[in-house]
Design a protein around this ligand. Structure first.
Ligand SMILES: [Zn+2]
Length: 267
């Protein structure tokens, strides 16, 4: 693991101090030596906001360990040792789900669902704009597969941004929060992120799923602006805004496994 990867892995609610890189490098190296994370792909982050050690199992079955700024190994190792059985179980579950995200082909007839509805691709020569929707089909100008995939991802991002825009205020009002910005992008291993500065990001791939599931992620992240951690207050507030949210959460965990994340064949 390089230090650059550590700094890039900017998660939900972390803030890096200027010296974080050195602290993390040193701590990660010594942590490696203890062997307590042997068998896992992991990264270490520090967070000025945290008071306790946090362990997150990411969608790609990697482990993110978040430690309070300035903490040392003495605090970290016992926590990780205690959590190890849980980490093994959760990473195995995640790993099992990983292979289910489809690898698509950029060819006519391939399905690129949008908001829960199937949408067949039509590849054709000479189309003026790279991607457009027409009569329920997604029309792509003929181009190399990687460029085509990129263009389709851009289409999801743009179209989802426009669709999401009018939904933000009503949901934010119900949560009782004013986000600084809500955008559609690629927050990596998460469906959404919420940062302390009020910026919420939703994953472009999420918009392949039904609107009720998109709303769940939007509301989940909006609630995070008020309650950064998954504590009882977080779930209470989510439940007040979105009664019966559990059904959506479980459905997202299930349907989210089959969402296209941009992997393609045949280039
Ligand atoms: Zn969350």
């Amino acid at each position: 693991m390089t230090s650059e990867e550590i700094l890039k892995s900017d998660g939900c609610h972390g803030l890096e101090r200027p010296t974080a890189r050195e602290i993390v490098d040193t701590l990660a190296a010594t942590l490696s030596d203890t062997g307590v994370l042997d068998g896992f792909t992991w990264r270490l982050r520090t967070s000025a906001r945290r008071r306790t050690v946090g362990v997150t199992i990411e969608r790609d079955a990697t482990v993110t360990v978040t430690v309070p700024a300035g903490s040392g190994l003495g605090q970290l190792v016992p926590v990780l040792r205690a959590k190890r059985p849980w980490m093994i179980r959760r990473t195995a579950e995640r790993a099992q789900r990983l292979g289910e995200h489809p690898v698509k082909q950029i060819v006519t007839g391939e399905n690129f669902p949008y908001l829960g509805r199937s949408q067949r691709l039509l590849v054709r020569d000479g189309q003026a704009i790279p991607v457009r929707r027409r009569g329920g089909r997604l029309c792509l100008r003929a181009m190399p597969a990687w460029d085509g995939a990129r263009a389709i991802i851009d289409w999801y991002t743009r179209t989802a941004t426009a669709w999401l825009d009018p939904r933000i205020s009503p949901w934010a009002g119900r949560v009782g929060i004013s986000p600084a910005q809500v955008r559609v992008s690629d927050p990596g291993r998460r469906w959404g992120t919420a940062k302390p500065d009020g910026e919420v990001t939703l994953h472009w791939a999420l918009f392949q799923l039904r609107p009720v599931l998109v709303d769940y992620v939007l509301v989940h992240e909006l609630v995070h602006l008020a309650e950064p951690r998954h504590g009882p207050q977080f779930w209470d507030r989510l439940d007040r805004t979105l009664p019966g949210y559990e059904e959506r959460r479980d459905r997202l965990a299930e349907d989210g496994r089959y969402v296209w994340l941009g992997d393609i064949q045949g280039q």
